[in-house]
Design a protein around this ligand. Structure first.
Ligand code: FES
Length: 84
């Protein structure tokens, strides 16, 4: 089965200080719980240059800003609905 979605979360220091670690944990659990690990590539990435608006997550080359733990589930539900 081919992977169709790529997600890169910024691992830069500013996004780290804004809580990207919790978002990483949430995304990993979400992909596992929804059996999406073979459909979505999820990696850490370098600073995206939008530091003051982090944590930042790039999904298929589109940057989502302000991806906090309170927003990440709704973003994933919207972006990955095609796999459900
Ligand atoms: S540290 Fe994340 S965009 Fe710069």
């Amino acid at each position: 089965m081919s992977r169709e979605t790529e997600m890169h979360i910024c691992l830069g220091s500013s996004c780290f200080s804004r809580g990207n670690k919790d978002v990483v944990i949430f995304i990993r659990d979400y992909l596992k719980k929804n059996h999406l690990e073979d459909k979505v590539i999820f990696k850490g990435g370098r600073c995206m240059g939008h530091c003051s608006n982090g944590p930042n997550l790039m999904i298929n080359e589109v940057i989502k800003e302000g991806v906090t733990i309170s927003k990440i589930e709704a973003i994933l539900d919207q972006e990955l609905v095609k796999f459900k």
